[in-house]
Ligand binder design. Sequence first.
Ligand SMILES: Nc1ncnc2c1ncn2[C@@H]1O[C@H](COP(=O)(O)OP(=O)(O)O)[C@@H](O)[C@H]1O
Ligand SMILES: [Mg+2]
Length: 182
Amino acid sequence: MEFISVERVEELLHIDQEPKGTIDPPASWPGFNSEIRFEDATIRYAPNLDPAVKNVTLRIPHGSTTAVMGRTGSGKSTLVSAILGVVRTESGQITIDGIDVAEVFVEKLRQRVTFVAQEPVLFAGNIRHNMDPLQDFSDEECTNALDRVCGHQGWRLDTEIESGGRNISQGQRQLLGIAVSQ
Ligand SMILES: Nc1ncnc2c1ncn2[C@@H]1O[C@H](COP(=O)(O)OP(=O)(O)O)[C@@H](O)[C@H]1O
Ligand SMILES: [Mg+2]
């Protein structure tokens, strides 16, 4: 069993790396006055597949709460993944405050732009570990975020979460996802 893990790590060492990006965004980016624009964006998951999103042009004004509605499979989640550069545009552009997200250092893009996933990824460990795996924040900051979002759940930073969040409900997992994004 342990050698299967080694084999997997070995495989991961050989997969293509995503581009790291070339633009180091200013510290203030994205700001409250940044708008998100899709300009004629087409996104395809693989060359042999139809585009998941085709020639989309839209503007999300700064400070707005915007809802995108559409049938299952119409490409809503794809739009979000594209903002974080998880999937890339085949043609067209996505910009935040005029900066092309495809060009921004991916690490910075994903630190500064966040979204709460439909299915949050949770790890075995306590809530503190799930909220802040790299220990960038103080206990107090984590407790504040947890209380603000999950105040009624009676959770503490040392509350244990099972692998994948199996011991809490789907809705509670999403709440924890929101707390993490704070
Ligand atoms: N990882 C993927 N690989 C290939 N096709 C995908 C992938 N994710 C989504 N798709 C396809 O892209 C289209 C849009 O999916 P998605 O953005 O998840 O829709 P929605 O969020 O609106 O339900 C669908 O046809 C779906 O099958
Ligand atoms: Mg979706």
